[in-house]
Design a protein. Sequence first.
Length: 280
Amino acid sequence: MGIGRWRAHFLWGMLLLYAIARICPIYAGRLPTLLIVILHVVPPALFALAHGSVRYGARGISVFAIFCLGCGTLAESVSLRTGFPFGHYYFTDVMGPKVLQLPVLLALAYLGIGYVAWILALLILGHVDKPIRGARVLTLPLLASLIMVAWDLSMEPTWATIDRAWIWRDGGAYFGVPASNFAGWFLTAYLYYQAFALYCRANPVPPAPPRQGFWLPAIIIYAACALGNILILRLPTAPPVVTDAVGKRWLTADILGTCVLVSLLAMAPFALLAWRKARD
């Protein structure tokens, strides 16, 4: 199955918009915050739908979106009210309109990066041309979940403690973020990846398009997220010291430097491994 010229242009266009989004934070004082948030979440989500419709067909990517958005929204809604699985927190107005305390745009973040993480896991494990059966039904969701957690590790303290898009009520050891957040991310991601793996086992998947040209945009989106974090070292509006919800003070430079290290040491290797596999 070919990817089609119009769809290829669309995929690269969404990639370009996301690359622009990664640059926008250094102009945070001059650009509307909501515009920056929209550029971070909408292009990857549209990319996922377009790319996934080629790889899995319209029905397959719809099922992925339902599992992803359903599990993500349910986990966030339950945690907002009970503290499980992420911890106790609440959202501010940074991410825009909310429904039942949950920002609408947040769900799209699950879909976009969630799909890209799944594709990277497929590539790294060499499963792109193989049916998802046997041990692959478990190993693929586990690796995809780790790739998602690496992404969250790289951005959580910036969005929460510095930008205050959401507030952790009880603080946490990771620059104001509790460890339960990352356990919750892994659990939530694993559930929707596992559900989709079982769907793929039961339903035939269309043949994969020619490898490198098809897989490369997904790899670049994840890499752009990792490398884009380097630019946050130049955040123009960040104060030198920030305070979390329990009054603990954190050096902004320490937060940003750590997020860059996580991006380079955790996220970048996943992108490099996937790129290497795509070239085989």
